[in-house]
Ligand binder design. Structure first.
Ligand code: NAP
Length: 295
């Protein structure tokens, strides 16, 4: 998971990584990998259509950036100071473009990959069967991160086609661990479920955060005071829940005295249907994820 691997046990020590489309998520992954010293700069190559973005990434991280996605994904962009696959190509090709660009990238990479390579896609809604068919490449991992990955606190779920080897599974585990926590799930339906719960999850949390801050302002706190009270309360409650290993209902009961403030607040939340609304929101997000995957 999040713990750095000692050099000897680092599954990525000999990997050559290629990032096709280096935007927010791919940059978070690159930054995490370098920060944790799981790979060296020479093991990474990225592709981006804009020269300014290539320059920015090259200067900031010292990684090699190229214009052509096909070059990044094949032996052409490999460097002699890394240990690549037998044919010299990147061992893992990470697809990190937006869903609307994926069709064009499939065309560019079709038939270009060697069978020893692994494709790791974080593209929302792109199913493994589609990726494998479009690229004519059976070894595919599909992962679904979330936005806290940008600060190394993400939750990423992933699943793999049967052609992915045990060694590649370990590499993927280490690679996605650079974004925070990672969890292997059995199938793509679980990726759709996780899309609704953990990938869409920050939306539920941020909306509750916003509503609580507004409630503080409504009572008369200044916005910045209200924000600090709410953010630290949310953070502390989450850490308390994780560290105490207690059920949330038990933790809630601990602060609910008879006739007290929590009891009064709970009454209003139940009356307003908070649980039902959250449950319906998550299920609606799940159905949307399934529908987007069918397009
Ligand atoms: N961000 C999240 O929390 C999150 C969570 C789960 C999954 N995802 C998935 O992760 C993927 C990347 O998301 P992101 O937030 O990192 O998006 P992003 O910041 O827009 O990154 C995509 C990058 O690809 C570049 N690009 C555009 N056309 C390209 C092409 N033809 N070839 C190569 N690169 C190209 C874009 O450049 P321009 O800026 O010039 O357009 C951009 O820098 C998406 O598929 C998204 O669904 C993201």
């Amino acid at each position: 998971m999040t713990t750095p691997h000692p050099q000897a046990a680092n599954p990525l020590r000999a990997a050559q990584l290629s990032f096709v489309g280096v935007g927010v998520m791919a940059e978070a992954m690159i930054a995490g990998l370098l920060r944790r010293q799981l790979v060296s700069r020479g093991q990474i190559v990225g592709s981006h259509p804009r020269p300014a973005r290539r320059e920015e990434l090259q200067t900031h991280y010292g990684i090699r950036m190229v214009e052509s996605n096909r070059d990044a994904a094949t032996h052409k962009a490999s460097r002699s100071d890394a240990t690549p696959t037998e044919d010299g190509g990147p061992s893992i090709v990470v697809l990190a473009i937006k869903p609307q660009r994926v069709g064009k990238v499939f065309q560019e990479l079709k038939g270009a990959l060697d069978e020893s390579q692994l494709v790791l896609s974080i593209v929302a809604g792109a199913r493994m069967e589609t990726i494998a068919n479009e690229l004519e490449h059976p070894a595919v991992v599909r992962a679904m991160p979330n936005t806290p990955a940008q600060i190394g606190q993400g939750m990423t779920t992933w699943t793999a086609t049967p052609q992915v080897t045990d060694r590649q599974l370990e590499e993927v585990r280490a690679l996605l661990g650079a974004l925070g926590r990672e969890m292997h799930v059995e199938n793509e339906n679980m990726i759709d479920m996780a899309t609704a719960l953990s990938a869409t999850g920050p939306t539920y949390i941020f909306m509750m955060m916003e509503a609580l801050v507004d409630a503080g302002v409504h009572m008369g706190f200044s916005r910045h005071v209200s924000e600090e009270l709410v953010i630290q309360t949310m953070l502390g409650s989450v850490l308390f829940a994780r560290e105490s290993h207690k059920h949330p209902a038990e933790l809630r009961n601990m602060v609910t005295s008879p006739g007290g403030t929590s009891a009064e607040a709970i009454y209003q939340m139940e009356k307003g249907g908070l649980r039902t609304v959250l449950s319906k929101a998550v299920y609606a997000a799940y159905q949307r994820a399934v529908a987007l995957g069918r397009k």
